[in-house]
Design a protein around this ligand. Structure first.
Ligand SMILES: Cc1cc2nc3c(=O)[nH]c(=O)nc-3n(C[C@H](O)[C@H](O)[C@H](O)COP(=O)(O)OP(=O)(O)OC[C@H]3O[C@@H](n4cnc5c(N)ncnc54)[C@H](O)[C@@H]3O)c2cc1C
Length: 519
């Protein structure tokens, strides 16, 4: 018999002995078990617990008030045959492109994938070159290249989208190389070190099914007759060639500003949308861990937090928290500054960081053009660069920032940002309402997470691309105003993170092959 036990509590100290604790609590001899869900209850810092949902298989009868009969979740997707005469073309191999590509390949569509950046292994070299020598490859960097923007990230897999596809995607990540704890952790994350391998394995499966990849190739234009005629530029030699298709999936991410501007010129309908701007904050990892878990922190993984507040009708919130992580120079355009965060699977770096972001609404930037949000981001990213003119990021420490002063140097916390910091008034590279929002956020968050306003914590600017400032419109069949063009994922305004972009990619592929499934 297979049972499901909910709310099974143990002390974090005992995690390595979970099997023997199950055995003694239920007085079992012969049994198998599986963790279905694991979370941490740290509401009372003097009594932190791990909370499990477990499947236990045994012939013995178990008596427990939290027990039900376990029902296997056998959700899987069907793979109807791709029945069109053309091959679909996917532009961009981030999460949206990977999951639409994988699914369409399994349906026999032999997708053609165009990616302006390098293969993940070459891309890594390009990123290291930028870190070491400040030489940015504008097509192969933290934003662009195989795996998309999230490859060099913390790989957090949380999303507010409720769908059975979540589980499907997590299972695929595991099949392609992720650790299986992402299937049950309340806050699953993969880590950069594993993401590289997973991305490569997904590429290999697509190729094995007849898919074709063009790395270092950029989609630059199109015209339309019976087909869409795409112009593809080989970035190695600048030669161009054409591909015909009736299914163009635009999985381009939010940093492909040149492509979005081109699509706007080609009359693809789009609208402005809200996004956010702010800074990264770096604390010592041990301080955050202690603040979250007290004395239990030594038995638990690096602590995560997610904080939010409201002021003057604007949301202020922490975003993309990277426990034990690094602040990354994340630009895709020269002479701009843009930060984000990443961590390895173990999350064992010295610092923890997160963004503190403030809502930016169309009324803040609207000058009558759909692309005004992009121009607004570009303006501030350039301002941030022009303060140091050498990729040192504008920065301040919390104490001075809250007192409208400028710190002279770092104090008790070292930075992980690779190009060094330039201490300045952050108001020189962010709008006033963002600066005020960050101040309110720091003070408010400290009430929820003691030590958040550590005077020595480092604020590093600027974080401006948490989501796309435009949405390319699409109908219920997911097609734009130009037949055959499918706007997908974050860049087109339909996702905000790895999971939601992957879900959007998958749903688009499901729509194309006419696959229906029950949520
Ligand atoms: C440093 C960093 C850390 C992050 N951490 C997390 C995290 O922990 N968890 C999370 O959920 N999200 C995280 N994100 C956000 C997440 O990466 C994105 O939400 C997600 O990658 C969006 O997926 P996408 O497929 O829509 O677009 P992208 O991943 O941006 O992929 C778009 C791809 O299209 C390619 N492309 C663009 N234009 C063209 C063109 N014209 N021709 C050919 N190719 C083109 C680009 O090279 C790119 O590879 C992070 C982002 C960054 C930058």
């Amino acid at each position: 018999m297979k049972y499901q036990i909910d709310n099974f509590k143990i002390s974090p100290k005992d995690f390595d002995n979970l099997e023997s604790i199950i055995k003694s609590r239920f007085k079992l001899d012969d049994f198998k078990y599986k963790i279905l869900h694991k979370s941490i209850d740290a509401r009372d810092k003097s009594n932190v617990n791990l909370i499990f949902r477990l499947m236990i298989e045994t012939n013995k009868k178990i008596n427990n008030k939290n027990l039900t009969i376990y029902e296997e979740d056998n959700f899987n997707l069907p793979y109807p045959k791709y029945s069109y005469n053309d091959r679909p073309v996917i532009v961009g191999f981030g999460p949206a492109g990977m999951f639409s590509g994988l699914y369409l390949a399994r349906c026999g569509a032999k997708p053609i994938i165009i990616e302006r950046g390098g293969k993940v292994e070459d891309r890594k070299k390009d990123i290291l070159e930028f870190i070491k020598n400040k030489k940015l490859n504008i097509n192969s960097n933290i934003q662009f290249g195989e795996g998309g923007a999230g490859t060099f990230s913390d790989g957090k897999l949380t999303t507010s989208v409720k769908s059975k596809l979540n589980k499907f995607i997590l299972n695929e990540f595991v099949k392609h190389g992720a650790k299986d704890d992402i299937l049950y952790d309340h806050m699953p994350h993969i880590g950069t070190d594993y993401l590289e391998l997973i991305v490569k394995n997904i590429r290999e499966e697509i190729i094995s099914l007849g898919g074709e990849f063009y790395f270092n190739h950029q989609f630059i234009d199109f015209d339309k007759d019976d087909y869409l005629n795409l112009t593809i530029k080989n970035l190695n030699n600048n030669d161009c060639f054409k591909i015909k298709t009736n299914h163009l999936l635009l999985c381009i991410g939010h940093s492909a500003r040149d492509t979005i501007k081109k699509l706007y010129d080609k009359k693809l309908k789009m609208t402005q949308k809200s996004f956010s701007m702010g800074v990264r904050i770096e604390h010592k990892k041990n301080d955050i861990d202690y603040s979250q878990y007290g004395e239990f922190s030594k038995y638990l993984p690096s602590a995560y937090y997610k904080l939010s507040t409201h002021k003057d009708d604007r949301g202020i919130y922490t975003f993309c928290m990277c426990p034990g992580g690094y602040v990354m120079a994340s630009q895709s355009e020269e002479n701009t500054i843009l930060v984000n965060g990443m961590s390895n699977n173990k999350r064992d770096g010295e610092n923890s960081n997160s963004a503190i972001l403030v809502d930016v609404k169309p009324e803040d930037y609207d000058k009558g053009n759909e692309l005004d949000g992009i121009y607004y981001q570009e303006y501030y990213e350039k301002l941030a660069f022009n303060l140091s003119k050498d990729y040192r990021a504008p920065a301040n420490l919390v104490k001075e920032f809250l007192n409208d002063e400028v710190a002279k140097d770092l104090r008790s916390i070292n930075t992980t940002y690779p190009h060094g910091l330039f201490f300045t008034d952050l108001g020189k590279c962010l709008p006033n309402f963002v600066i005020n929002g960050i101040k309110n956020g720091i003070i408010g968050f400290d009430r929820k997470l003691k030590g958040f306003n550590n005077p020595d914590a480092i604020l590093i600017g600027i974080e401006s691309r948490s989501s796309s400032p435009v949405r390319i419109l699409r109908n219920d069949e997911r097609i734009s105003n130009i037949d055959g063009i499918y706007p997908v994922g974050e860049g087109c305004g339909y996702a905000g993170g790895i999971m939601s972009a992957a879900i959007d990619g998958l749903r688009t592929a499901l729509t194309i092959v006419g696959c229906e499934y029950k949520e």
